[in-house]
Design a protein around this ligand. Structure first.
Ligand code: GLV
Ligand code: MN
Ligand code: MN
Length: 475
């Protein structure tokens, strides 16, 4: 017997094409509350600064956010713990204790002067989904864990996704040597946050503990809005590289050094940045290149800089296309430095592979979106997400939520309550569908191995294997 929640759906019987009734329990409206909670966390003490949202990894604002999130997770019926990488993990047991978990979540850090919903909305939606189940007295045949990853943006340290890489077991202890803009190492920041930097790798989840990951996230682009759609289903996340470029010349007096006798790295950097724009413009398959940070050193009106350093972020849906662009721009950078008599270094800081979402989970998510009367629009993601890293641990699915004007990484980021409510409903429908799949695959393995009761084998066997093997085939 699969259980009532599997056959009936969270909203009662679903009919194709019928829009689900808005789901409300008292004054709790899943999704609507998630948005409101993002708004709560848009200001101090959940932001490091007054007047703009900046919540970077391992700062007091991050700590405050985790304290409040833990409270909300417990209110929703979960137990909450901080893991050794600085993630917050809430666990809602399934109908059998210690069953493998469906992981739902996103990141709680932000960029500087960022929006309120990038990352945070996926965490809040996860909490709302669990609370909806708990208030309905329902437990799926697996556990649900809601995770707030600590560092997706990389806005404090140069590499991003440190926390999801730790969970996936793909982080290297050498990340502890990275330093932030104030020269604080990641190891020092861990210690200041009450975490042991030597235990980072203990955040890795063991095979079988987590069988699937669902991330809901604002689209951060204009496609859904342009097509009048609230939700989208992600097919794949683009490959990205982060690099640091440093041109080194000779610092000097801005008033006394004639133009032809300078070794000024500033104009070299300007030329090189234009080369990046040219190489990436009109590129196929979502090729984009961005210089988001430029530093001239020592940095004064009246000093020719001795060095100019800038970041390069290059992405494409296909890694080979991204890599050809990076090689072309690196060749131009070297030619510019040679022509101007400067030294230059190009350092790779991070290389994230493109990450296809799992086809079978994606089909379940599409089905859940269609069941609430929404067109299941498929689209790729140019933005990076924790899901691309968690794909090394388990199959992943991603739900996109329309955002106003496609604006993100900007305080003008906006979503509607109605869209967030639809997202929560689609996620609950996904939980129903994966419950069915989970029970069926448990039953299949039960028939193969032992004709004992489905529920027991669901907990002790490997019910996620059907989903994992779908991903293995693809890879
Ligand atoms: C995160 O927002 C990224 O795409 O870099
Ligand atoms: Mn972001
Ligand atoms: Mn994000």
């Amino acid at each position: 017997m699969l259980g009532k929640h599997v056959t009936d759906g969270v909203y009662g019987k679903e009919e194709p094409g019928r829009v689900a009734e808005a789901f409300e329990i008292g004054d709790f409206k899943p999704g609507v509350r998630a948005k409101a909670r993002c708004d709560v966390m848009g200001v101090e003490p959940y932001s490091e600064l007054d007047g703009m949202l900046v919540r970077r990894f391992l700062t007091p604002a991050h700590d405050q956010a985790l304290k409040t999130l833990a409270f909300w997770m417990e209110q929703a019926g979960m137990t909450a713990r901080r893991d050794p990488a600085g993630n917050l993990v809430g666990r809602y047991e399934g109908d059998t204790p210690n069953a493998p978990a469906l992981l739902i979540g996103s990141h709680i850090d932000s960029v500087r002067n960022g929006g309120r919903y990038d990352g945070a909305l996926g965490v809040m939606l996860g909490i709302d989904v669990v609370e909806a189940l708990a208030r309905a007295g329902r437990r799926p045949p697996f556990a649900i864990e809601v995770i707030a990853f600590g560092d997706e943006e990389g806005s404090r340290f140069p590499a991003s996704m440190t926390c999801s890489r730790a969970v996936a077991g793909t982080v290297k202890p050498s990340v502890m040597e990275m330093t932030d803009g104030d020269g604080v190492s990641l190891a020092e920041a861990f210690a200041a946050f009450g975490l042991d930097p030597t235990r980072l790798e203990e955040a890795a989840r063991k095979p079988g503990e987590v069988f699937a990951f669902l991330e809901a996230h604002i689209e951060q682009g204009p496609v859904l809005e342009a097509e009048g759609l609230a939700l989208g289903v992600v097919t794949a996340i683009a490959a990205q590289k982060r690099l640091m470029v440093r041109f080194t010349g000779m610092a000097g007096h801005a008033g006394t050094t004639p133009m032809n006798l300078r070794k000024d790295p500033g104009p070299a950097a300007a030329e090189a940045i234009l080369a990046l724009e040219r190489i990436c413009s009109g590129g196929k398959d979502g090729l984009v290149g961005t210089v988001g940070r430029i530093t001239a050193l020592p940095g004064a009106f009246n000093v020719i800089p001795g060095a100019v350093e800038y970041s390069m972020d290059v992405r494409a849906e296909v890694a080979a296309i991204r890599d050809v662009a990076v090689e072309a721009v690196t060749a131009e950078i070297e030619a510019i430095a040679a022509r101007r008599g400067l030294d230059v270094s190009v350092t790779l800081m991070q290389d994230l592979a493109a990450s296809p979402c799992d086809p079978s989970l994606t089909a379940l998510l599409e089905d859940a979106v269609a069941a609430i009367g929404q067109a299941p629009r498929r689209l790729p993601s140019g933005a990076g997400h924790d899901a691309m890293v968690i794909a090394d641990l388990c199959p992943t699915a991603m739900l996109f939520i329309r955002c106003e004007g496609g604006i993100s990484h900007n305080p003008r980021e906006a979503v509607t309550e109605a869209d967030c409510a639809l997202a929560a409903q689609a996620m609950l429908g996904f939980v129903d569908r994966i419950s069915t799949q989970f029970s069926l695959s448990s039953r299949t393995s039960a028939q193969r191995e032992d004709p004992g009761p489905t529920r027991e084998l669901g907990a002790s066997g490997d019910p996620g294997s059907a989903l994992r093997s779908a991903r293995d085939d693809k890879l």
